[in-house]
Design a protein around this ligand. Structure first.
Ligand code: SF4
Length: 481
């Protein structure tokens, strides 16, 4: 049972003062007036907000769209229709950054044709000072830019851009605050993502996240629970709890609440819905958490547990603070306690100093655990991280060869893994259309396509698996629950 009595304790991490939020609401109202002056009374304002990268960024994007909706904007995906274009950027890999530069570059023609068009950048990539400087000097079409720490100040930044008629760049350094009370405009559908914490304390040596998103800040349980209740009332059937490392939720609060307590409390909210969460750091994934997943009927039996490497030497260089043996014991415990649990993971190939032997150990781990699927990446050097200064002698071609070999091994495992489901019937949440008719996911997070009518999207169904591919299933609808 969740510890309700602790919910009202004071939090020790910085929260945005209510006066500041009120101030931003004043800017928001003034922006609406300035936008009318700029585009005319009769004009229907349209914004394009594109979030690159992870689900945390998508969730930030929904808050930015909430603010824009309150200013009177509708939304479009077509740049030529938009009056305001906001790219919410990602810094995790170099190619995501390259794509942003390319996409912003292409906007120069639109800006030349329509100088009143407003172009903004925000998110992790532009929180880095060297990136903000490059944008300022080389991309004059960008009107405003703000980092992850000043997301709540978006109304003020837009107000300054409009009223002062000059470019505004704001990437102040900070460990970050929690800003409650921002409007949110969720992407329509069956799934709602709800952040439970921000930032990260782990400093994995390859990762830029702690540098651009600040230290861990957990939201208070009552703020999360009321957002979940609202999402359930708004008929979202799947809630994903988000954080860079949800397993350390609550460590910065002095209320004795940790991630298992939160999961139990979410599970107690009335209604028919599923609960997922990401990401989990293996070092903080406790047996209590696994027991909690097993005990909570709404919490799905899928654990995304990024391992990154199968070599203890490389895990140490990555500062991951667990060993392959610890990881395997965790998987074995979860498989014993949660029947049918599915594991997915992240792997980095070609970390600085990785040898053929280290890579072989990663392959062994993949064969041993038999993940349902992998998110695999060739190491991408990120400025400011410790790994960026490490010797990296292995040529690109060699890393690509390892990468292909890993994919080949996983393709075979994935095909066998999914084949084993054929002939079984599962509960599925239909979440969209597919070339078969409908698409959905099982509780253990396998994608399944099956014939069915669009009106069933958002419903829980019983579906029999009639075929399998490398990464997904084909099914036949048996029952509407
Ligand atoms: S846990 Fe490691 S990889 Fe994940 S966000 Fe934090 S520093 Fe990055």
């Amino acid at each position: 049972m969740a510890q309700q009595q602790n919910l009202s304790h004071k939090r020790p991490v910085p929260v945005l003062p209510p006066e500041e939020l009120e101030q931003q609401k004043t800017y928001l109202a003034q922006c609406a007036d300035l936008l009318t002056q700029r585009f005319g009374e009769e004009h229907t304002l349209l914004a394009l907000v594109h979030s690159y990268g992870c689900q945390q960024n998508t969730s930030d994007g929904e808050r930015l769209m909430g603010i824009l909706a309150e200013m009177g904007f509708g939304f479009t995906e077509e740049p030529s229709e938009a009056d305001l274009i906001l790219y919410n950027t990602c810094a995790v890999r170099e190619n995501a950054e390259v794509r942003v530069y390319g996409n912003v570059g292409e906007l120069s023609h639109l800006k030349a044709r329509r100088p009143e068009l407003l172009i903004g950048l925000c998110g992790c990539m532009v929180q880095q000072q060297h990136v903000a400087d490059k944008i300022k000097h080389s991309y004059p079409q960008v009107d405003f830019l703000f980092g992850t720490h000043t997301l709540y100040k978006f109304p003020q930044i837009l107000w300054e851009t409009l009223s002062k008629q000059k470019r505004i760049f704001d990437v102040e350094e900070s460990d970050g605050v929690i800003a409650e009370g921002l409007p949110v405009r969720r992407t329509p559908g069956v799934k709602a993502s709800i952040p439970i914490m921000y930032g990260c304390n782990n400093f994995c040596t390859y990762c830029v996240v702690p540098l651009v998103r600040g230290r861990e800040r957990s939201r208070m349980p009552e703020d999360i629970l009321s957002e979940v209740r609202q999402a359930v009332a708004d008929e979202f059937q799947e809630i994903t709890l988000l954080g860079q490392n949800v397993n350390s939720y609550g460590n910065d609060l002095d209320i004795g609440w940790h991630f298992p307590d939160l999961l139990r409390a979410v599970n107690e909210i009335p209604g028919r819905f599923w609960v997922r969460f990401l990401s989990s750091h293996p070092k903080d994934c406790t047996r209590e958490l696994i027991d909690t997943i097993a005990a909570c009927d709404k919490v799905c039996n899928h654990i995304y547990l990024p391992v990154q490497s199968g070599s203890n030497r490389i895990l140490k260089l990555m500062n991951r603070n667990y060993t392959v043996e610890w990881y395997q014991e965790l998987i074995a415990y979860a498989r014993e306690k949660i029947p049918g649990v599915m594991f997915t993971t992240d792997l980095i190939v070609g970390f600085p100093g990785e040898t053929e032997e280290d890579f072989r150990q990663t392959l062994e781990l993949v064969k041993h655990v038999r993940f349902a699927s992998l998110f695999t990446f060739i190491y991408s050097k990120r400025e400011g991280t410790r790994a960026a200064a490490m010797e990296d002698p292995v040529p690109k071609e060699e890393k690509s060869r390892w990468f292909r070999e890993l994919l080949d091994v996983q393709r075979k495992i994935g095909a066998e893994y999914y084949q084993a489901y054929v002939g079984k019937t599962f509960t599925v949440l239909a979440d969209g259309k597919s070339d078969q008719g409908l698409s959905g996911r099982t509780e253990f997070n396998a994608v399944i396509d099956f014939p069915g009518d669009e009106s069933l999207i958002g419903k829980f169904l019983r579906v029999e698996v009639v075929g399998a591919r490398n990464h997904d299933l084909r099914g036949e609808l048996k029952e509407v629950l």
